[in-house]
Design a protein. Structure first.
Length: 374
């Protein structure tokens, strides 16, 4: 009886719970429908359509939109001020550029007037500065060459003094080798007739020592000449690089072209105004043929070879430098007196070298005549 009663109660409770579940499911469906309808209404209000009309916003959304609009207007105003300031600055820069261009043109014209050049072929200041740097490097190299020649002259003087002292002390029968040897003396000393049959005497040993010393000094001099030649090549390389940079600038500016495979500089075009032609850095080259740069570089190479072959000839080198400098600007004034002093010093060194060589030849001839008489 108890079990039957419990079973009936459980069945009643299940029926009651099933009714509650159905009621809750119905309410859930109604709530979901209401939510869907509410969402559609809100979406229509935000996006707007023909039935609802104009778009409506909540109060807090309107405040946010107004704040964003004010910030955007402030940013736009700040950008407008920045743009105006940039335009003003650009205008100032243009005016300053125009001022400096006019100043450069006036300076070039005044400089050309001072140097006595042609009024339609203005010398450029940048080109003059480049030429000045090149001449300073060449002058420095010439000073080093003069110092090298001075050391050579000192060596010859010392050799001459040793020779005089040896003859003064009655050693006229000693060897004629004094540290300075000619090519003929070296050939005679190392010839097959005497080279292998030199007696082992103090005299022959002294001759060989003198020969070794002379050859060592000659090698040292040749090394110095090679160093100067390398320095000359470096200077010429820098010079060529500067000229190539100038030509590249002119090519970019449209003032230099290559019609028919030949270099042509169009600075002498009468259609160009005077001020425009005054800005070109190579106007002075129009008075000379196009081969002036090639001749200049060839002259420098010849000068370098001359220095390597004859280290005792600075006068010709200086003359070549002066002739080469005239290729750049015919209206340039003479170089400062420092180069003239170097040229004078070089000529004095040449004269002293010739006198020393003449004295050595005379004494060598006298010594050979004395040996023949004996």
């Amino acid at each position: 009886a108890n079990l039957t009663q419990l079973l009936s109660e459980a069945q009643d409770r299940n029926k009651h719970l099933a009714e509650e579940i159905r009621e809750l499911q119905q309410r859930l469906g109604e709530v979901q429908g209401d939510n869907k309808l509410l969402r559609m209404t809100i979406a229509k209000q935000r996006l707007g359509d023909d039935e609802v009309g104009a778009r409506h916003f909540a109060a807090h959304e309107r405040e946010d939109l107004v704040q964003q609009l004010e910030k955007a207007r402030e940013q736009i105003e700040a950008l407008r001020h920045d743009l105006q300031a940039a335009l003003d600055e650009l205008q100032d820069v243009k005016e300053e550029r125009s001022f400096y261009q006019d100043k450069s043109d006036r300076l070039n014209q005044e400089l050309n007037h001072v140097l006595g050049g042609h009024e339609n072929r203005i010398i450029d200041v940048d080109a003059l500065c480049m030429e000045n740097r090149y001449l300073q490097e060449r002058l420095k190299q010439l000073q080093e060459e003069v110092n090298l020649l001075k050391s050579s002259i000192t060596k010859y003087k010392n050799a001459l003094e040793r020779r005089k002292n040896s003859k003064t002390h009655g050693r006229s029968g000693s060897s004629a080798l004094t540290g300075v040897l000619s090519a003929k003396q070296v050939q005679e000393l190392l010839s097959e007739d005497h080279g292998c049959s030199l007696p082992a005497t103090p005299q022959s040993i002294s001759d060989l020592k003198s020969l070794a010393t002379a050859l060592l000094e000659t090698i040292h001099e040749k090394n110095m000449v090679i160093q100067h030649q390398r320095q000359t090549n470096k200077i010429l390389g820098n010079r060529v690089a500067e000229l190539e940079k100038k030509l590249r600038t002119l090519e970019i500016a449209g003032l230099w072209s290559l019609p028919g495979g030949k270099d042509t500089i169009t600075f002498s075009d009468p259609t160009l105004p005077v001020l425009q032609r005054s800005r070109s850095p190579l106007l002075a080259f129009t008075d000379k043929p196009q081969k002036t740069e090639v001749q200049e570089q060839k002259g420098d190479r010849d000068e370098t070879c001359a220095v390597a072959s004859e280290s005792l000839a600075p006068e010709g080198t200086n003359l070549n430098n002066r002739n080469q400098n005239k290729h750049f600007y015919p209206s340039l004034p003479q170089l400062p007196s420092e180069e003239e002093e170097i040229n004078k010093l070089g000529s004095q060194i040449i004269k002293l070298t010739e006198q020393t060589a003449a004295e050595l030849e005379e004494k060598r001839a006298g010594a050979s005549a004395g040996e023949q008489n004996t």
